[in-house]
Design a protein around this ligand. Structure first.
Ligand code: NDP
Length: 304
């Protein structure tokens, strides 16, 4: 396949870039990934995306963005990108069985949830250990105790969602402070069935076919808790592994380094959203970032 512009990703940054690029007559192809939709597919209600006074479900927001891109004629390929190569002043973006050669590229591949790789984790992932309580909370209806690991807004949000279904939720925060926003902490403090345990770390997950217990260290003292579930909410890793060796410079954590707004180290390759942004990571900032990348790519295509 040949295109002026290929956009890799399918979160708010990618769809926003696609809509802008399509309206600028760049006829973009979006390589949207097999799972598609990014992290917003794993959330419930989004209350901070302007234009939706009653909130909107994450998957509905993503479906709307995709539909809007399709309406503007964007071609969508639901495959994962595995490699980016420079090929005589053009770019070849490869998936397992397709390749797209383009004059410019926008990378908007987002980020995925971190875990601690604790003993027992591999065996019990999806069997009581998870990374998206917001997705799985209803499965824990009537259960006694679920832990959330992390001390940011995600941990508070996940705990709040679980609290609707579970008798008791405990948030394990490794330090003696959280970095969650005041509004999120206050929301949690109002819930009778949620506790925050500071200076507490998870050490091991126990159970044969399903999670049964968790070994934790509370203020240095180890104990084993009988638990029904444990959810990670300890941040994210950018989905940029596929870019290694491409000439696109990444930082030590794998976030794409940009300069001049959205330009990467490879002229003609732009980047936007959570694969670049470790700080804001919001749907609205990613969408704005995607629009910026499309405008930068447009300018680049017009002047080179
Ligand atoms: P953050 O990076 O904000 O927080 C990550 C948390 O995980 C921190 O408490 C951190 O602890 C902890 N952590 C990291 N590594 C470990 C580890 N190895 N062991 C134990 N704990 C660890 O990520 P979030 O995903 O919470 O939030 C990301 C962004 O999304 C933020 O900007 C947030 O505001 C936003 N957000 C907004 C929401 C909303 O508005 N409704 C909902 C969810 C997220 P430490 O502080 O010690 O480093």
């Amino acid at each position: 396949m040949i295109a002026k512009l290929v956009i890799v990703g399918s979160g708010p940054a990618a769809w926003s870039a696609a809509i802008y690029a399509a309206r600028a007559a760049l006829s973009p192809i979006v390589l949207a990934g097999e799972q598609g939709g990014g992290q917003l597919m794993l959330t419930t209600k989004i209350e901070n995306y302007p234009g939706f006074p009653d909130g909107i479900l994450g998957p509905d927001l993503m479906a709307g963005m995709r539909q809007q891109a399709e309406k503007h004629g964007v071609q969508i390929v639901d495959k994962d990108a595995v490699k980016l190569e420079v090929q005589s002043s053009k770019f070849k973006v490869q998936s397992y069985d397709t390749e797209i050669v383009a004059n410019a590229v926008i990378i908007a591949t987002g980020a995925t949830a971190n875990t601690l790789k604790l003993p027992g984790e591999d065996r019990l992932m999806g069997r009581g250990v998870g990374t998206c309580a917001v997705c799985d909370a209803p499965f824990y209806k009537g259960k006694n105790l679920v832990l959330v690991i992390g001390g940011g807004d995600s941990a508070m949000e996940e705990a709040g969602e679980l609290a609707k279904f579970v008798n008791k939720v405990v948030i394990l925060v490794r330090k003696d402070t959280t970095r969650a926003s005041a509004i999120m902490i206050n929301r949690i403090k109002r819930l009778q069935n949620v506790e925050i345990w500071y200076k507490t770390e998870a050490k091991e997950f126990l159970g044969d076919k399903r999670l049964e217990k968790a070994r934790i260290a509370k203020d240095g003292k180890e104990e084993i808790l009988t638990v029904d579930g444990v959810f990670y909410a300890i941040g994210h890793t950018p989905a940029t592994e596929w870019l290694k060796g491409s000439g696109v410079n990444l930082d030590a954590q794998g976030y794409i380094l940009i300069h001049l707004s959205t330009a990467t180290s490879l002229p003609g390759v732009f980047a936007a959203g959570d694969c670049v942004d470790r700080r804001y990571r919001q749907a609205i900032t990613a969408a704005g970032f995607g629009a910026m990348a499309a405008l930068d790519a447009q300018k680049w295509l017009e002047t080179t």
